[in-house]
Ligand binder design. Structure first.
Ligand code: DGY
Length: 330
């Protein structure tokens, strides 16, 4: 095949070599296997020369990034969340925006539950406690004591696919599930999750464990701050697998230090990959490096879906997970 006839595409971060090789069969690929995050200027200049791009949440796609990208048809996020996209700017530029829903739902819901369990039962703190040489004898009262998961109330904020996946897992633990969402679920979905819709304040007051699974936007910024934490039970845990910025990390660190709540589990952070030093100083927080979707199988499936989106767009078809359908309709 004559390589010069292949459309040029950008893959902004490292992907699995087999996935890259597959893309290279159809496209002239500019890849970033060194996995160094591009500056906004470097990204804009790379986008200027390609028909499509596969990107991650590290790349902000806005009017500035698109200013010179006259031949760009699609930017495919390898991620379900797309708060790195300025969708109106992409639509105005005639660029299709896609994400990777569904393929990561179960893996992410599993991890939400894992983080909840680790947080309530002090799993990582216990490991540190052993490594620090504290385990001299078994004790009923002094070994790290946690909070129960089973037969407690789980409050889920954000009841999309992943939130519903977590609710279904909670049923196996005999939990009472309450949720808050921008809009109430259809009755059949509520029934399938055995979840009760409540307002945010009621959820924060009643839940033994609160888990955040809502998308980030200007409206959801600091959904949980000092005021909201003050409503929670002192025995409660807070888990964030949504996005940094949904929780006010400084307010949370202050609450963890003061033991206003029992513990927190965080997979995402304001300003990640930096973690606020006040959080690092708290022992009652479980920290993870944004890995909720990170099983190898799922990460491969996310790349494959992003690639399918690109292939469809460049073939003139509607990408399977198109966000701004109005661009395709043009
Ligand atoms: C997602 O898909 O949104 C995950 O958080 C990875 O970015």
């Amino acid at each position: 095949m004559n390589t010069t006839s292949k459309p040029k595409i950008l893959v902004s971060r490292a992907i699995f070599p087999e996935a890259l090789a597959e893309l290279e069969q159809s496209f002239d690929v500019i890849s970033n296997q060194a996995d160094v995050v591009m500056t906004p200027e470097a990204l804009a200049s790379q986008l200027a020369g390609v028909s499509a791009a596969l990107v991650t949440g590290s790349e902000r796609i806005d009017a500035k990034a698109l200013a010179q990208a006259k031949g760009l048809k699609i930017v495919a996020n390898i991620s379900v969340g797309y708060n790195n996209f300025d969708v109106p700017a992409m639509t105005a530029a005639g660029v299709m925006a896609t994400n990777t829903p569904d393929v990561l739902t179960d893996t992410t819901a599993d991890f939400g539950f894992a983080l909840l369990m680790a947080t309530a039962r002090r799993v990582t703190e216990s490991e540190r406690w052993i490594r620090d040489g504290n385990w001299n004898q078994w004790s009923i009262v002094t070994n790290p004591l946690g909070m129960d998961i089973h037969h407690t109330t789980l409050g889920i904020i954000g009841m999309g696919r992943i939130g519903q996946g977590i609710a279904k897992r909670a049923l196996g633990f005999g939990m009472n599930v309450i949720y808050h969402n921008r809009s109430r679920l259809p009755e059949a979905d509520e029934k399938a999750c055995q979840a009760r819709y409540v307002d945010k304040e009621t959820l924060l007051k009643e839940a033994d464990h609160v888990i955040l699974v809502l998308p980030y936007s200007a409206e959801s910024h600091h959904t949980i701050g000092a005021k909201e934490i003050a409503l929670m039970k002192p025995t409660a845990t807070l888990v964030n697998i949504a996005r940094g910025g949904i929780v006010d990390d400084v307010a949370l660190a202050a609450a963890l230090k003061a033991k206003t709540i029992f513990a927190a589990g965080l997979d995402v952070f304001e300003g990640e990959p930096k973690v606020h030093p006040d959080l690092l100083a708290c022992s009652n927080v479980v920290l993870a490096p944004h890995i909720a979707s990170a099983s190898e199988k799922t990460r491969r499936a996310m790349i494959a879906l992003a690639a399918r989106n690109v292939r469809a767009a460049l073939a003139g078809d509607k990408p399977p997970s198109l966000i701004n359908a109005e661009v395709f309709a043009k």
